[in-house]
Design a protein around this ligand. Structure first.
Ligand SMILES: Nc1ncnc2c1ncn2[C@@H]1O[C@H](COP(=O)(O)OP(=O)(O)O)[C@@H](O)[C@H]1O
Ligand SMILES: [Mg+2]
Length: 136
């Protein structure tokens, strides 16, 4: 599934549609360069889970938790440097408690995860490509 977004609001809406479908146990890996719109997409996903928490890039916090209909754990691996840090993330526990979305998700390999790639097309245009959808 490919979708061309022409604004941050449109990317947020695409994220919201995913968020509405999230269940506990889902892991969604997000890829795309800096400024592609990953955090924007997660902002929509959080809304889709019914969360009203403000979504910010958890760059200095590996994980932010947004309570909602289903808890959403927002992970950002941008600054993660070692595989030890990846292990200490506690991904399995987070996935037991709720759904997980991971920015810079190409640094992880998670069985059964969904994969969404966002590509900068110039200006405000972005290609949102669902490479692997949720498995339900
Ligand atoms: N179509 C679009 N989709 C997403 N973000 C967009 C779009 N057009 C412009 N932007 C802007 O691009 C930036 C994307 O930033 P962000 O979501 O933090 O990216 P990332 O998390 O991938 O680094 C924001 O400033 C956003 O307002
Ligand atoms: Mg980001």
């Amino acid at each position: 599934m490919d979708l061309v977004s022409s604004s941050a609001a449109e990317t947020e809406r695409a994220g919201m549609l995913l968020g509405e479908r999230l269940h506990a146990g889902d892991v969604v890996l997000l890829t795309g360069e800096l400024g592609a719109g990953k955090t924007t997409y997660v902002r929509g996903a959080a809304q889709g889970t019914g969360s009203r928490a403000p979504v910010a890039s958890p760059t200095f916090q590996l994980v932010r938790i947004y309570p909602g209909r289903v808890q959403l754990a927002h992970v950002d691996l941008y600054r993660v440097e070692s595989s030890a840090e990846l292990r200490d993330l506690g991904l399995e526990e987070l996935a037991q408690q709720g759904a997980v979305v991971v920015e810079w998700g190409d640094r992880l390999d998670v069985d059964g995860s969904a994969l969404v790639h966002i590509e900068h097309l110039g200006g405000d245009r972005r290609l949102i490509r669902t490479i692997r959808d949720l498995n339900h």
